[in-house]
Design a protein around this ligand. Structure first.
Ligand code: C2E
Ligand code: MG
Ligand code: MG
Length: 411
């Protein structure tokens, strides 16, 4: 980590709430390495100010007149990509949190946190990290209480940043794999499993929906992905050695992982280390990932195919791909998104669409797997259309390795 003690960070405060700006200025006044280089009371003023004001970091309020914080974030990140931005807000709103992360905010803080945590957050962010403390907060404050809070400096202290939580979770081996059985529609036998990550956090088991966007944003998904790959290949190899050598294992990869260096080598090494037959590994990438970066993705997929692994397009049908691309795309099969399967037994249009996807996939010689099969009627529809495989709560939810092993041995 680079030494940052002597550097002075120039900060612009953008907030229509004057009291807040004053409070922050007072706070920063005492910090030798922070300096306020400008103030704006709305988004438009901020954009104008940036043209002629030196700045390393912006404290950006979400709700401001003229151009709101979200829109300003968008504009600034495009125009000045290296400028760091901390979103500050009075309310903890999940939707906003996710949107700001998506748009590239480097930090997210409730105004109540600012006084105790700002210096620390700036330090982390200027060193290339992120500071999303909002995760640990679950209360909102109205304006009046907020003012009092600021004035009294009666601040709640929040301990850990998300990023540091994840780093120690990796170290403490808290990331694990659940396995959802995948079955053949024709034999109704288990043909494989999908490896799904879980975070064993303080006695709770968290699903990816609770954290995946954030670990993608911090790029920690790359390291966690390696753990998931290693664990799932080791586990499935063990099942092969117990006599269940037909089991395939599907592992999900996100675009951040795909763009990380040595992705192909990492997969190749993991296969060699665990001694798993490459044919039994299926790599799932989302349709959206594949279409984002067509040539790059094609190249990587080509290299993976050469290793002998199978490649499936995940969540097919809900992204933006055109069916036309499929014939030029080096994948072996499609996983039809749960949103189609969900209503094939009740919604005529979705049924036709699903049947259409299966028909086209067959013509292109692609394998089809239906996701999220929850009842017998849905199973019947895909079976009739000769979709080859399925997974879903109808047969089984994702299971721990022990639970799945019991299912295998008792079947
Ligand atoms: P996915 O790859 O599409 O995985 C299927 C998801 O659907 C799983 O959610 C599974 O529990 C859920 N599911 C399966 N059958 C049913 C059903 O019948 N009904 C309902 N309501 N849900 C069903 P999960 O485990 O929460 O994973 C969510 C997503 O997180 C995955 O979607 C995948 O995109 C991502 N993910 C999971 N593990 C990993 C991983 O190791 N690496 C990466 N990059 N992404 C992962
Ligand atoms: Mg998947
Ligand atoms: Mg899926």
């Amino acid at each position: 980590m680079q030494k940052t003690e002597n550097k002075i960070y120039k900060i612009i405060i953008a907030d229509d709430h004057q009291l807040f700006r004053e409070g922050i200025k007072k706070l920063i006044y005492n910090k030798p390495n922070l300096e306020v280089s400008g103030e704006a009371s709305d988004g438009k003023e901020l954009i104008d100010l940036l043209r002629n004001t030196a700045c390393d970091l912006i404290l950006l309020d979400l709700s401001m007149p003229n151009i709101n914080g979200l829109a300003a974030l968008d504009i600034i990140k495009k125009k000045y990509p290296s400028l760091k931005i901390i979103i500050v807000t009075m309310y903890h709103e999940n939707g906003f949190f996710d949107q700001t992360i998506e748009k590239g905010a480097d930090g997210f803080m409730l105004k109540t946190q600012m006084f105790s945590k700002l210096t620390e957050a700036v330090e982390i962010i200027m060193n290339g990290g992120h500071y999303y403390d909002a995760l640990s907060i679950n209360h909102d404050l109205d304006d009046e209480k907020m003012d009092n809070k600021i004035l009294q400096n009666n601040i709640n202290y929040f301990n850990n940043t998300f990023e540091r939580d994840v780093t120690s979770a990796i170290k403490d081996n808290e990331f694990n794999v659940y396995y959802q059985p995948i079955l053949s529609t024709s034999t109704n036998k288990i043909t494989g499993v999908e490896a799904l990550m879980r975070w064993y956090k303080n006695g709770q088991i968290l699903s990816p929906q609770d954290f995946i966007e954030r670990i993608e944003k911090t790029k920690q998904i790359i390291e966690i992905g390696k753990v998931i790959l290693e664990k799932s290949l080791t586990q499935v190899k063990k099942w092969h050695d117990m006599g269940y050598s037909n089991l395939s294992v599907s592992v999900n990869f996100s675009s951040v992982q795909f763009q990380s260096p040595h992705i192909v080598k990492n997969i190749k090494d993991a296969l060699e280390r665990t001694n798993l037959c490459p044919k039994k590994l299926r790599i799932e990438i989302t349709e959206t990932l594949a279409m984002q970066n067509l040539n790059f993705t094609k190249k990587i997929l080509g290299e993976l195919r050469n290793l002998g692994v199978t490649i499936l397009l995940d969540d097919f049908g809900c992204g933006h791909s055109s069916l036309r691309y499929l014939q030029h795309f080096p994948v072996h099969g499609l996983k039809i998104d749960r949103s189609f399967i969900e209503s094939i037994d009740t919604n005529e249009v979705n049924r036709s669409l699903t049947e259409g996807i299966i028909t086209i996939a067959k013509q292109l010689k692609l394998k089809t797997v239906a996701e999220g099969v929850e009842n017998e009627k849905q199973l019947k529809v895909i079976k009739d259309k000769k979709c080859e495989e399925y997974q879903g709560f109808y047969f089984s939810k994702p299971l721990s390795a022990e639970e799945f092993e019991t299912m295998l041995t008792e079947a």
